[in-house]
Design a protein around this ligand. Sequence first.
Ligand SMILES: Nc1ncnc2c1ncn2[C@@H]1O[C@H](COP(=O)(O)OP(=O)(O)OP(=O)(O)O)[C@@H](O)[C@H]1O
Length: 269
Amino acid sequence: MIPALSLDNITCTFVSKDDRSQRYTAVADTTLNIAPGEFVSVVGPTGCGKSTLLNVGAGLLEPSSGTVKVFGQPLNGINSRAGYMFQAEALMPWRSALQNVIAGLQFRGVAEDDARRQGEEWLTRVGLQGFGDRYPHQLSGGMRKRVALAQTLVLDPDIILMDEPFSALDIQTRQLMENEVLDLWNAKKKAVLFITHDLDEAIAMSDRVVVLSAGPATRPIGEFVIDLPRPRDVAEIRTHPRFVELHAQIWGVLREEVLKGYQQQKQKV
Ligand SMILES: Nc1ncnc2c1ncn2[C@@H]1O[C@H](COP(=O)(O)OP(=O)(O)OP(=O)(O)O)[C@@H](O)[C@H]1O
């Protein structure tokens, strides 16, 4: 089967702004394939290169070497078959919730009536019916995330790239959002690349979890198939004996890297 997203032998080396002779290889020789409809999470210690990989998949960052393919086609420039959701707030404060949701459709030249209809549908799907006229500052953090989710999914991307989208939320709101994402994913089965620090979240959501080593020259050091039943409730699945078993196995690989990453961060301070 042709992967939806294929990162083949990717290396990303950055040149220091202050000293052009200084180089830092964030990611080295990394291969990662995501099948159509597959939900893959990437976990790793802080600063190891997770966002760098996602940016490569999004076409926002050109790797120093290696190839990126989208449904078998080499990627040149922005990945137009992907939708992104980042940790930081991406809503436009001067636009209402509905106007934020339909911004991408307008950009694509979809007729205003059609865009509004689709926007309203998506606001309903993410539980925000009747909130379309509110501005971002009039919404809670969880509601703003829902708007951002609708904004991403209204474009019906074949690949969804998420970089710690819920890390700023309180635990209850976060679990609600995770379940919503799983329900929406279950209905449409798009390829998802999900970046997270949180191993519990990665296991609860995914078909597969990839563990990255601490930097520099980060690479995958473990890959685990998450054979837990679906549909899942992210809070309930954590008590499943198989979840506990998988958690112990993956943490066995991740623990040392997290400690290394932590030491490196301390040295940087
Ligand atoms: N444009 C850049 N120029 C120079 N160095 C960079 C650049 N982008 C990332 N880096 C470095 O590459 C490494 C990996 O960064 P990245 O943001 O991908 O890590 P991460 O795993 O997503 O981090 P976190 O878990 O903290 O979000 C870091 O050491 C970072 O400082």
